[in-house]
Design a protein around this ligand. Sequence first.
Ligand code: GMT
Length: 415
Amino acid sequence: MNTLFSKIFVKYLVHSPGQGKGDYLLLYEIIKLIDMKIGIVCYPTYGGSGVVATELGLGLARKGHKVHFITYKRPPRLSVFQENIFFHEVNSMSYPLFEYTPYETALASKLVDVVQYENLDLLHVHYAIPHAAVAYMAKQILKSQGKHIPIVTTLHGTDITLVGADVSFAPVVEFSINHSDGVTAVSNHLKQETLSTFDIENDIKVIYNFIDFNRFKKENKDHFKMALAPNGEKILTHTSNFRKVKRVSDVIKVFEKINQSVPSKLLLIGDGPERPHLEIMCRELGLCNEIRFLGKQDAVEELLAIADLFILPSGNESFGLAALEAMACEVPVISSDIGGLKEVNIDGVTGFTCGVGNVAEMARKSLQLLQDEGMLAQFRIQALEQAQRFDIENIVPVYEEYYEEVVAKSSVKAH
Ligand code: GMT
């Protein structure tokens, strides 16, 4: 929105007779959005929801908004000082009585403090559990102090599917989705899954995850290629948090089959609970020289730059940000056909999608690509073209517009 124009417009409306209170408030709130103060709550981990929240905050800050991250640790992608970015660490006090430190209470208290002191316009919480419920509690406390704070909740996946649907969380998840001022989901599939799992009265807006092409682009990293595949072997990659849902053992099974026909190396990026079993599996298969466990990596794009294929055989995936990152680096994807993956990885265009657990099919499709240079080159171009649809430059404005709408609507309602 043009700042000067909007200011003049609002001034005109304030003095113009016959304007309803609601209209005035609505526009008044819109004008405030010109330089919004946004609180972002997320998990500060390498997981997809934390990455999306951090990149969104950075994108908003570049556009002039003041962004306050509120969580228990500085997110990895916020390691250096950046203008318009603030970080508030949540410290939950421990006490011998507590078997579990009450993080939710500490987070709610911190939210109240930051919203009041920094005069935030909006709280955007990523991953429903426990963030949406905690934000609701903070909102009620702030209301009792005379401050209205709208809440946007973004659903990321397992907060609805694997974890959220569990009886131990479901009523709280459902309540907090219904009591958020705005709700977004990262894919159409996740929206439908949410509607079929819970009794939802709120609208859910789909805003896809996104990619920053300033960072994720194919660059010449031949020296890495020389080090990791000195004889010109094809390079396959997989990135995840090595949880069961990622089915990393399927990646190894697929690789084993590929490796029988095509000289190749597999780079496993990330870490998590399944890693010890996977290492044993590699040893038993005699593939330790072909498979490299690289652990958590900050510069994933440098490894994707030398990859020929990315494998993501997940048992559940609401979007598959890791696949998008690969595609942005011109790497075709072999994935399962589950959840939102089909909205990202287009079968027969940007890679192939196969049934969960169908390692034979995944290996067959991989070989089809790896053994046909022309086809591989074409798929690389198509993967990049598809990734461009999710350019951060297009998606951040969608969030901004959504914030404006939510703040305006909820403020009119609250007054
Ligand atoms: O993949 C994970 O287990 C991490 C999880 C998270 O919240 O950190 O990822 C979910 O959110 C990502 C960002 O929106 C999505 O790209 C992932 O597909 C989604 N994971 C699952 O649905 C399993």
